[in-house]
Ligand binder design. Structure first.
Ligand code: PHE
Ligand code: FE
Length: 282
């Protein structure tokens, strides 16, 4: 998924009706040749753009999955590779699922994915997640052991945030890491966020356009920051490595949530004196 229903709702999208947790099959055999061709078009386009823009774990994960040739991948095949690499799996869902269902899946190392693919006239932009976003965008990073553990921990944290009434704070963490995260490497900034890697325009914009802010990752700072669901981001948060992300999010968030109750939310384009900026580097 791009996100849980509440990631979208937090930004004023129409309230999503909770969907039943349907046991769904991908029904890979029923995709048409045209639908497989749309996958291949998107895949080859992104492969070229991401060669020197995506981080190495993403590129390695993509390669290890071996999904390119067949068109839309068969979840049964992906699940074999995922199971072997990190004991993750994919479950088919009809669309955005209820928050508790979403977190329960992640906490059990199951990634909920849509099955439908966008139409030919939607190649460049689709607001809601489709199978290209969910699979091409998310699954390569799930092949990485540290990131795989982060996603499971996030699911457990989601169930806790639901109980504590802090979902909007935790949802921002998902948005600015899993969906739109950047990482520093010796070769410069690289992409790991799935919302970026599945978007042709944003893959280039996030690294090369002078407009957006690129700020050092700081947990509470991220959880205070609102975001846009319907346009390129105004701010990207940059991690040093996945270990940093995992370690920063390991502690019990209960005291953080208490602190956040006294801190105002920040606009998507806010810059604080305490921010580390990576967009001003020569
Ligand atoms: N440690 C967090 C908590 O106690 C859980 C979490 C882990 C949240 C990883 C996000 C990412 O809530
Ligand atoms: Fe997603």
């Amino acid at each position: 998924m791009v996100s849980t229903a509440s990631l979208w709702n937090a930004c004023g999208a129409p309230a999503m009706k909770d969907l039943e947790q349907a046991e769904l099959k991908q029904e890979w055999e029923s995709y048409t040749p045209e639908q497989h061709a749309i996958w291949r078009t998107l895949f080859h386009r992104q492969e070229a753009i991401l060669a020197r823009r995506a981080c190495q774990p993403f590129l390695d994960g993509l390669k290890a999955l071996g999904v390119e040739a067949e068109g839309i991948p068969d979840f049964r095949r992906l699940n074999e590779a995922l199971e072997r690499a990190t004991r993750w799996g994919i479950v088919a869902v009809p669309g955005l699922v209820a928050d508790d269902v979403f977190f329960e899946h992640l906490a059990n190392r199951r990634f909920p994915s849509t099955c439908f693919i966008r139409r030919q006239d939607q190649l460049d932009y689709l607001q809601e997640p489709d199978i290209f976003h969910d699979i091409f965008g998310h699954v390569p990073m799930l092949m990485n052991p540290v990131f795989a553990d982060y996603m499971q921990a996030y699911g457990e944290g989601g169930l806790k945030a639901l109980r504590l009434g802090n979902l909007h704070h935790l949802a921002r963490l998902y948005w600015y890491t899993v969906e739109f995260g950047l990482i520093r490497t010796a070769e410069g900034l690289r992409i790991y966020g799935s919302g970026i890697v599945s978007s042709k325009g944003e893959s280039i914009y996030c690294l090369e356009n002078p407009a957006p802010r690129r700020l050092g990752f700081a947990l509470l700072r991220v959880m205070r920051t609102n975001y846009h669901i319907d346009r390129f981001q105004q701010t990207y948060f940059v991690i040093d490595d996945f270990r940093q992300l995992f370690d920063a999010t390991r502690p019990d968030f209960t005291p953080y949530y208490a602190a956040l109750a006294n801190l105002p939310d920040l606009a998507p384009d806010a810059v604080l004196p305490s921010d580390t900026r990576f967009d001003r580097e020569a």
